[in-house]
Design a protein. Sequence first.
Length: 323
Amino acid sequence: MTYGSDLTGLQTGHAKYDIWDSTGAPDAGHLTLDNSTGTDIFCSSQVLLPQSGNLFIAGGDVWTGTQTTNGPNNNSNLYDSASMSLTRGINMNRARWYSSSITLINGETYIQGGSGGSDRPEIRGLDGSFRLMSGINTSAIGNPYPRNFVAPDGRVFGYDPGNGQMYRVDTDRQRHDHDARQLQHRVQRRLVLERRDVPARPDPADRRQLERRLHDRHYRHHPGRRADADDVEHARLGQRDGARRRQGRSRPAAAPWRAKRPATTTSRRSGTPPPAQWRQGAVAQKMRLYHSNALLLPDGSVLVSGGGAIVADAAPPIRTRTT
């Protein structure tokens, strides 16, 4: 299903949408239908519903009668693949333009971001109703098409390109945090609790030891589930004085410690994750701009292709990140 312009090429999704039968050739099997819902679905977000195979569409643009305003609406629509019909649903709690919709492990739909709805995400239940996540504030996360995914444990995680941080959203507990800030703070706090005379800059050896014990303890008892604040709080360092005792001297106080790389958990049951590395792949034959593509490969690496070119006639290389 595609949409975004009328038959003259004008930016809008209020009038037409196109259905393509993928069993046919790319230039055949297209069916252009009228949008009679009254919703301009341009710049909406959409996701297939696993229960029915129908397409859920959240929000979109505002049609004035002659043009779009690049503003949000709070409509929801459902495309029925059996009858090939688009029908209006219950209105969302927030108007959303450039939002993201993903399917949770229980089959419900998680909707976040979009101008007009950057403050709170909401969930579409299996009955089509919406409930606002009033305990989650996503105002600090960029609202245009948030890059969201669902982890195996059911929590939502994403990447905010505005500040370069990862974040998690726990829809059950209605809690959201930024990993880099939260875990760094917990590691430092645990070090302070274990060593009351700890310097302002914790020794890297102590930090690494705490992280290893945290990972080992957590994944030994809870394989497949990430560590949380309680796991950090109960972790223990084997040697309270760490490197400072081994060196037999005190280190001078320094500025507050800040890790160059966020501490992360791993699906392995012991140890810390290996460092990620970039390597350049083959050069594409055509430039692929606006902006790039990222695809998770079966071996766990991430393939990134395209992007902005430094030279006008240069094709961006393909890069692979191994995690």
